[in-house]
Design a protein around this ligand. Structure first.
Ligand SMILES: C[S@@+](CC[C@H](N)C(=O)[O-])C[C@H]1O[C@@H](n2cnc3c(N)ncnc32)[C@H](O)[C@@H]1O
Length: 226
């Protein structure tokens, strides 16, 4: 029997969970298949997201004595960048195998990698983090779950804290029904809706070309909690 192409295996694993109406189950299945060499994790770049790196270079935040959380941290490359900037960093993912892989990838890490669900986060995380980093997690969830996910992201930001969101941008005017996820890229209105709490303000929104697809663009948004 011929072995399945790892890219096709990744898509099949996602669609099997989504068909079962289990919108987050496929992440663990994918990471564990990838750990066995039977699939690839399409978003695992082996390096931090360049838009996050640029944000750190431009903003030069001082993470000393500050806390940060990286949502849906996957194999840990963004969390490592955040921890290297001095933040006391928590990096969480719903997939236990992703967390194990991140710990294995970064054995000397200063970040704390934990299994947690964005939709059911520990009570002590509410409004607890000076820096919140959300990259590609919300867009990996079906559109019907995105508003709740966005609210949960906002709840992590401490008073005076910053939220950085990086996401693929949806083509202008494309209706929900025509988006065949995963992923389900975010409209401008959806990116703006991270600021739906009255004390969480959008302070910068950039749209830039995707390095992997010249016809696609990505958002980077920065929000500040009063
Ligand atoms: C598309 S991947 C992006 C991973 C990483 N942020 C990156 O940019 O490379 C989405 C990640 O979110 C995680 N995830 C999905 N739903 C989640 C949830 N409800 N709570 C925590 N993590 C979740 C997945 O396991 C996966 O690692």
């Amino acid at each position: 029997m011929s072995e399945e192409d790892p890219d096709l295996a990744s898509r099949r694993i996602a669609h099997e969970s989504l068909t079962r109406d289990d919108p987050t189950g496929w992440f663990e299945n994918l990471y564990s298949a990838a750990a066995d060499g039977a699939a690839v994790v399409p978003w695992d770049r082996g390096t931090a997201n360049p838009l996050l790196t640029e944000w750190f270079e431009a903003s030069e935040p001082n993470g000393t004595s500050k806390t940060a959380v990286v949502i849906g941290a996957g194999t840990g490359w963004d969390a490592e960048l955040v921890a290297d900037r001095g933040y006391q960093t928590t990096a969480f993912d719903i997939s236990p195998t992703a967390v194990e892989t991140a710990q294995r990838n970064h054995p000397d890490s200063q970040a704390q990698y934990v299994v947690a669900d964005l939709f059911n986060q520990p009570a002590e995380w509410q409004h607890a983090f000076d820096l919140v980093v959300e990259i590609y997690t919300v867009q990996a969830l079906p559109i019907a779950l995105q508003a709740t996910a966005i609210q949960k992201v906002g709840e992590l930001v401490a008073p005076g804290g910053t939220l950085v969101v990086i996401a693929s941008a949806r083509a202008e005017g494309q209706p929900d029904a025509e988006v065949e996820g995963p992923p389900w890229p975010l409209t401008k209105a959806t990116i703006r809706s991270f600021a739906s709490a009255p004390d969480l303000r959008l302070i910068e929104l950039d749209e830039s070309p995707s390095p992997s697809n010249p016809t696609a663009t990505r958002w980077r948004a920065e929000f500040l909690r009063d």
